[in-house]
Design a protein around this ligand. Structure first.
Ligand SMILES: Nc1ncnc2c1ncn2[C@@H]1O[C@H](COP(=O)(O)OP(=O)(O)O)[C@@H](O)[C@H]1O
Ligand SMILES: [Mg+2]
Length: 566
């Protein structure tokens, strides 16, 4: 009751609740150590100031080791498919320790831009350069320290929140890291994403509801945060979240950035507060053209220099997108129209004007004053740039070994996978029981309708047995891989081992291969009473189930679930 009235009491009540939750949770010495470390960190932070944004940023100076830094720069990057250009003349860079917001109308090429950052450009025709830490090289070779949060929540529904995060951390953190440190990282992520209260709840699926949509979204982000990435890329992480959850998520991202992580997120319609929590802003116009790429603090300056003033009670980013889309009308300086914005940005920075824009250039040629708007900020920022560049490159040369992180090998991952798959299987126990029940019933039916006599020696009963057991085991084998395709792809993209995954699933399924013939024979042998021995029957059926499971795997891996069943 008191907590409802006073803010400090509320804070204390929250802390007390958390402590109780933890008491239930402290299982091992490691967790206790992690908690005491986190408490120390929190006390330090409270000392510094009362949970303001600048307070979180200032914590960067703490003694915690910084991550290796990854800077991504583009020079005249153009991606196209056939004649269609998806990204054009992208020049700029994403710096470590900063959060970049990418915005633009839908279909502008934001996801394509992220793919370019990730180095997934294999399907496109590519011009221009992508530089990583000042060197041209493939982003894919840094895959183990890049976290990509996909737009859809691809999480394991039948694992708890904590298990989801823990698994990702185990398989993707450096193998030389001690378990205690991994626990500490896990606890930090759970704390900063506010998942403490639901850490032991099953995530759930569309059919079987678990945690709420917003919470699931945060788990989706957490999966990438626990592997301590140097570059964190998020596709619409705040879509569908309420304002409070979005801010919490951004605070967690800010915290990451304070450790030198390069964060880059596509967002839609951020609130004004949320927008100001970002450092840099990339505005994409249709056709993958950059209309602005620079610090948030200078956006309004730049656009007002072009004669675009944000009206009162309008959110700047939304207004700029409306202008780009031609929904909001404004009078710009000179003869420029909104469609010239990308060109103006190119001129502003003194980049080379591509050929197909030369015509537009003539239209707006009279506005010389625009170029001078740019040159001032450019000079300023070039000083800053060299400064930050130096620090980045210094950092890189010191920690080059950290850039190629050694994650656990196939064997270690196999162990982690084995534990996970076993857990998942136990939670699907009813499904398993139903499978066995159907086999029993099939055994009874086939056993009673076919008769063993001297002429046929019971050939018909074996014919039916092969059909029934093959079909039933095949369907079960399909279920082994198909429903987890998306999760599998996500894990594979992030550098986890496919071999370990397959072997772990296969190992657990061997239990079924051994048990299923017994289940079937337990009724069939009794009702049919064939002349061959039980042992021979078992061995033949075991071979059958083994083969059929293999075929089931192949089909499940190559085809969609529906097609595979067919
Ligand atoms: N693989 C592709 N083949 C053809 N067109 C594509 C491909 N990927 C994206 N596009 C097109 O590029 C444009 C930008 O797409 P996208 O980057 O997904 O936009 P958004 O900004 O909404 O994320 C869209 O018009 C889309 O149709
Ligand atoms: Mg998109």
């Amino acid at each position: 009751k008191i907590a409802q009235e006073s803010a400090t009491a509320r804070k204390r009540w929250k802390l007390a609740k958390e402590l109780v939750l933890r008491k239930l949770n402290v299982r091992t010495e490691r967790f206790r150590r992690a908690y005491s470390q986190i408490d120390k960190e929190r006390a330090l932070q409270l000392d510094k100031d009362k949970l303001t944004l600048s307070g979180i940023v200032s914590r960067a100076a703490e003694n915690r080791p910084q991550r290796p830094m990854l800077e991504v720069a583009f020079k005249g990057l153009t991606l196209s498919i056939g004649k269609k250009k998806l990204l054009q003349c992208v020049t700029g860079k994403l710096s470590p320790g900063r959060i970049t917001a990418i915005m633009g109308p839908s279909g502008a090429g934001k996801t394509t831009f992220l793919n370019a950052v990730l180095g997934k450009t294999s399907g496109y025709k590519k011009d221009g350069l992508v530089l990583v830490n000042g060197k041209s090289g493939s982003m894919q070779s840094y895959k183990k320290i890049i976290g990509f949060v996909p737009q859809d929540d691809i999480v394991h529904g039948n694992l708890t929140v904590e298990e989801n995060l823990w698994f990702s951390g185990c398989c993707r953190l450096s193998k030389s890291m001690s378990k205690a440190d991994k626990v500490l990282i896990l606890e930090r992520v759970i704390g900063s994403l506010g998942l403490q209260e639901i850490r032991n709840s099953l995530v759930g699926t569309v059919e079987k509801r678990g945690i709420s949509g917003g919470q699931r979204k945060r788990v989706n982000v957490g999966i990438e945060m626990v592997m301590e990435p140097s570059l964190l890329i998020l596709d619409e992480p705040t879509t569908g979240l309420d304002s409070a959850s979005s801010q919490q998520l951004l605070r967690a991202l800010r915290h990451e950035a304070s450790q030198g992580v390069n964060v880059c997120a596509v967002i839609h319609q951020p609130s004004y507060t949320l927008f100001n929590m970002f450092d840099d802003f990339v505005l994409l116009a249709r056709g993958g053209l950059i209309a602005y790429h620079g610090p948030i603090s200078e956006v309004e300056n730049y656009f007002s220099g072009l004669g675009i003033k944000v009206p009162d009670r309008e959110n700047p980013p939304d207004y700029y997108i409306d202008i780009l889309e031609g929904i909001a009308k404004t009078k710009m300086r000179g003869h420029a129209t909104p469609k010239h914005l990308p060109l103006l940005w190119i001129l502003h920075n003194g980049y080379e004007v591509p050929e197909d824009m030369q015509k537009d250039l003539e239209e707006i040629n009279m506005m010389h004053e625009l170029y001078t708007v740019g040159s001032i900020t450019r000079e300023l920022s070039s000083v800053e740039q060299t400064k930050s560049k130096d620090s980045v490159h210094q950092n890189v040369s010191q920690r080059n070994d950290l850039l190629n992180r050694k994650t656990p090998g196939v064997l270690a991952q196999y162990r982690y996978y084995l534990g996970r798959v076993a857990k998942q299987r136990l939670r699907e126990a009813t499904q398993q029981a139903v499978d066995y029940l159907i086999l029993c019933i099939a055994g009874i039916c086939i056993g009673t309708i076919t008769k063993v006599n001297d002429d046929t020696l019971g050939a018909a009963s074996y014919g039916y047995t092969i059909i029934a057991v093959s079909l039933l085991c095949q369907l079960a084998a399909l279920r082994s891989f198909s429903p987890e395709r998306l999760q599998y792809w996500r894990e594979r993209e992030s550098g986890m081992s496919s071999v370990a995954y397959f072997l772990a699933r296969d190992t657990i399924d061997h239990f079924n291969t051994v048990v299923k013939p017994i289940v079937f024979l337990s009724t069939f042998y009794f009702f049919n009473n064939p002349r061959s021995t039980l042992r021979d029957n078992y061995l033949v059926l075991l071979a059958l189930v083994y083969c059929v499971t293999g075929i089931g795997y192949t089909l499940a891996i190559w085809f969609e679930l529906g097609l595979a069943q067919l």
